[in-house]
Write a protein that binds this ligand. Structure first.
Ligand code: ZN
Length: 241
C-alpha cells in the first residue's frame, strides 16, 4: 500500500512538472501587462512627459514617499527639457521610450518605427548617457510587426493593467480609486505627467502611494518590477532558490 502511495506521489510530481509547469513557467512574454511576482511591489508609470510644470512635482512626491516610477517620455518633449531627464535618472527613477512624436505605430513601416524609437532614444541618451530599454506604444496600440521590431531593437513593450484615465480629468477620488482598488503584486499603474492639465494627477498621487503603502506595497520602476519577476509559483518547492 505504501509502495503504491509512493508511485502515486511520483506520478503526480511528474505530471505537475511536465504538464502544469510549462503553462505557468512560459517564456517571458515580449509584452508586459503585469509581472508575475510574490513580492509586494507595483510599478508607477507616467506617460507623455516630461513637463516643466508637472514632472518636477511628481519627482518631489516620489522622493517624499520613497517611491519610484518609470517615465515614458515623448522625444520631442524631452528635447525641450534635458535637465528634467537628468533629474529623473539622478533620483533613481527610470526613463522609457514613448516615441519621438507621439505616433501610433501599428501598420507603420519598419523605417517609421526605427525613426520614432531611434529619435527618442537619441534625445534620452544625449541628456543622460542611458539608453532606454522599455517602450510604451502610444495609446497602447501594438501589432505583431511592432512587437517584433521592438524586440529586435532591444526593447520590452510595456502596457499596464490599472489605468487612472487621468487624461479625461476625472476627480482626484476617481484617480485614487482606479489605481488602488484590487491591486496585486506585479501590477502596472498608468498615469500621465504631460500632454495637458495634470493637476488632478499630482493631487491624487500622494493618496495613491499612501493607500498602496498602507497595504504593504512598495512603488517601484518597471525595471525593478521585472527584476522581481518569478516565473514559477511559490508552491513549487523543487525550483525554489
Ligand atoms: Zn501617450
Amino acid at each position: 500500500m505504501r509502495k503504491r502511495a509512493r508511485w502515486f506521489g511520483m506520478a503526480f510530481l511528474v505530471l505537475v512538472g511536465f504538464v502544469v509547469m510549462p503553462s505557468v513557467a512560459s517564456p517571458q512574454s515580449s509584452v508586459v501587462v503585469h509581472v508575475h511576482t510574490h513580492a509586494p511591489v507595483v510599478a508607477l508609470t507616467f506617460d507623455d512627459g516630461p513637463s516643466s510644470t508637472y514632472t518636477p512635482i511628481v519627482l518631489d512626491i516620489l522622493q517624499r514617499y520613497g517611491a519610484h516610477a518609470t517615465f515614458f517620455v515623448i522625444g520631442k518633449e524631452a528635447e525641450q527639457h534635458p535637465q528634467l531627464l537628468r533629474e529623473i535618472v539622478a533620483s533613481h527613477n527610470e526613463i522609457g521610450n514613448h516615441t519621438y512624436s507621439h505616433r501610433v505605430l501599428t501598420h507603420a513601416s519598419p523605417e517609421k518605427v526605427a525613426y520614432e524609437l531611434g529619435q527618442c532614444d537619441r534625445v534620452v541618451f544625449e541628456a543622460t548617457r542611458v539608453h532606454p530599454t522599455l517602450f510604451r506604444p502610444v495609446e497602447g496600440f501594438y501589432d505583431a510587426p511592432l512587437t517584433q521590431r521592438c524586440a529586435q531593437m532591444g526593447y520590452r513593450l510595456v502596457l499596464w493593467n490599472h489605468d487612472s484615465v487621468d487624461w479625461s480629468r476625472p476627480s482626484v477620488a476617481a484617480i485614487v480609486s482606479r489605481t488602488t482598488k484590487n491591486v496585486r503584486p506585479g501590477d502596472v499603474l498608468l498615469f500621465h505627467d504631460g500632454g495637458g492639465d495634470r493637476s488632478r494627477t499630482v493631487a491624487a498621487l500622494p493618496h495613491v502611494i499612501s493607500v498602496l503603502e498602507a497595504e504593504g506595497f512598495s512603488c517601484v520602476t518597471v525595471g525593478e518590477l521585472l527584476r522581481n519577476q518569478q516565473d514559477r509559483p511559490a508552491w513549487w518547492p523543487y525550483f525554489r532558490p
